[in-house]
Write a protein that binds this ligand. Structure first.
Ligand SMILES: [Zn+2]
Ligand SMILES: [Zn+2]
Length: 333
């Protein structure tokens, strides 16, 4: 991919599993805001054209030397941030702040391929019957659940979620799963409708209400402004979106209102991914309520170009690459 241009490459090298790696045959890959930043030329990649994709999973088809706890045939979700596990942040349990973190799809080639080699410890087994769109959602759901975990929301708390793009929708689901009550600000009527259908309340009904917990999931300057404006005294404002704009807040406002501002970046290894998979397996969150119909690889360009307009999560259904021409080949790899 290059800014404004998506193509299926036919001559990509076949991955070989190195020591402690597995090769995963990909089934589904989600698109998110950071992918679209690359597509729209707002975020640089090491080279162009570039292999995108960081939200997805599939089936293990080969294991490298030294892999003892993964096997061929296992369905896995991929944790696409390879932390070093050795720096002070990693040792303190905050691998999201790892200084040597490798970000798949951004500074390491991505997952939008037939097969990819992945360090075994960053693949997480999921139930064998999981559908491809669920595999595409594990990563963004882990982002949402980690934000809720870090904010220390408790059951019964009314929480404002600013922005109901796919990350905001998953935040609503994660809050509902935590027993909290999400209230949503979203200008796009289709996205708002999706959030309400999942059980969130519209913030427009109580325009003067302030909140003890606020989540910003749009990454737009106006959304950050709304998030801070509607934070009540002593509130915790958790920012998930990546906006380049300075915060609309003076130090004295922060002190007088006794706000806690918290940035929440991705998730921490090793706990957040398997926790998220367990929560999805228990049915606490339902990605089917959030995903759009999948785009086939040939329609990848459309998926990238249109993802911002359509409510819900866009994802690429890679099954045409591995289904046999004579019908669905759920063959053991
Ligand atoms: Zn993402
Ligand atoms: Zn580290």
């Amino acid at each position: 991919m290059e800014p404004g241009r998506v193509e299926v490459a036919e001559d990509w090298p076949e991955p070989v599993p190195g020591p402690r790696e597995v090769v995963v045959r990909m089934r589904g890959v989600g698109l998110c805001g950071s992918d679209l930043d690359v597509y729209h030329g707002r975020r640089k990649t090491p080279v162009l054209p570039w292999l995108m994709g960081h939200e997805g999973g599939g089936d293990i088809v080969a294991v490298g030397r030294g892999v003892t706890d993964r096997r061929v045939g296992q369905r896995v979700a991929i944790e696409p941030n390879y932390c070093c596990l050795d720096c002070p942040s990693c040792r303190a349990g905050r691998s999201s702040a790892c200084s040597r973190r490798v970000v798949v799809g951004m500074d390491h080639p991505g997952l939008l391929a037939e097969r990819v080699a992945v360090p075994a410890r960053f693949t997480w087994p999921v139930p064998a019957d999981w559908v491809d769109e669920t595999l595409s959602c594990v990563e963004p759901v882990a982002v949402a659940r980690s934000a809720v975990r870090r904010s220390r929301v408790e059951p019964g708390d009314r929480c404002l979620v600013v922005g109901a793009g796919s990350q905001g929708l998953f935040l609503c689901q994660a809050l509902l799963a935590a027993g909290a009550a999400p209230v949503v600000v979203e200008p796009h009527p289709g996205r708002l409708a999706l959030a309400l259908r999942m059980g969130a309340a519209p913030a427009g009904d109580t325009p003067d209400e302030t909140f003890r917990f606020v989540f910003e999931a749009a990454g737009a300057a106006g959304a950050v402004q709304t998030a801070i404006a509607r934070a009540g005294p002593g509130a915790t404002v958790t920012l998930v979106g990546l906006s380049p704009t300075p915060l609309p807040l003076t130090a004295s406002q922060l002190v007088r209102r006794q706000l806690t501002l918290r940035g929440s970046l991705i998730y921490d290894h090793p706990a957040d991914f398997p926790d998220t998979i367990a929560a999805l397996a228990r049915g606490e969150l339902d990605p089917a309520q959030v995903v759009q119909p999948g785009f086939t690889p040939e329609r990848a360009g459309e998926a990238f170009a249109g993802a911002l307009q359509v409510p819900g999560k866009a994802w690429l259904d890679l099954s045409p690459w591995w289904r046999s021409p004579n019908g669905p080949a759920e063959d053991a790899p």
